[in-house]
Design a protein around this ligand. Structure first.
Ligand code: HEC
Length: 196
């Protein structure tokens, strides 16, 4: 009697353990996927502008003003850069940009240069919106699965945008950005959030 009980008990325990492991796996997978607010496309495959980017996580504001570029900077405006919050949360946990990551870069004119605090560069008006999107399922042949979009330079911005050819945007990012096609070197918020 005792002889038989032990193997049965052992098998039951194994079955329960296996069940628990499968459940943990399913819950993990579901919550990881549920976290990402991924890109959406229209019937022609154009990226639909995700609204609310100004409420995403603000990661930096590079500035290449005309006054420091012989009066002819390629992008003389501030570049306000934001990452979609669920992708950011995933980055904080894993140090990786999950599939579906969206990063917005909004151009803002350099407004007044005199303020009560001193002479400097201050933000004026919104002047353009670009997105970088990581989608390895839709774009397996693009470097890192990243594609790049512009919603124009006038308000209201376009509602959808076509992916640029790889050479127009991705090539420079691939050559010069410090982490997974993103210019991490200019985003202290991301560097501080990356798990050590
Ligand atoms: C000559 C190099 C170069 C090219 C070409 C280029 N970029 Fe960038 N991009 C940068 C640099 C440098 C930054 C970060 C600093 C800044 O904003 O000036 C950046 C940042 C970005 C960001 C913020 C996220 C990130 O990866 O850091 C987006 C979005 C972006 N670029 C979109 C585009 C789009 C759209 C195009 C094509 C129309 C493009 N870029 C072409 C150099 C480039």
């Amino acid at each position: 009697m005792i002889k038989n009980t032990i193997p049965i008990f052992g098998k039951t325990l194994m079955a329960v353990l296996a069940g628990v492991l499968v459940m943990i796996f399913i819950v993990e997978k579901a919550s990881a996927e549920g976290r990402i607010e991924g890109p959406k496309y229209d019937a022609d495959g154009q990226l639909l502008r995700a609204d609310g980017w100004r409420q995403w996580i603000f990661i930096g504001a590079p500035l290449t003003p005309n006054s420091l570029n012989d009066g002819k900077a390629a992008f003389p405006e501030f570049h306000n850069v934001y990452i979609e919050p669920k992708a950011f949360a995933h980055f904080v946990e894993t140090g990786q940009f999950p599939n579906g990551t969206m990063i917005a870069k909004e151009l803002v004119s350099v407004g007044e240069t005199e303020a009560v605090s001193g002479t400097g560069f201050f933000q004026g008006d919104f002047q353009g919106l670009e997105f970088a999107v990581k989608d390895t399922e839709r774009f397996p042949d693009e470097p890192g699965g990243w594609t790049y979009y512009s919603f124009g330079h006038a308000l209201p911005y376009e509602k959808q945008a076509k992916a640029f050819p790889t050479v127009s945007c991705a090539a420079c990012h691939q050559a010069a950005a410090s982490f997974d096609m993103v210019f991490m070197q200019y985003y202290p918020v991301l560097r501080a959030a990356k798990p050590k």
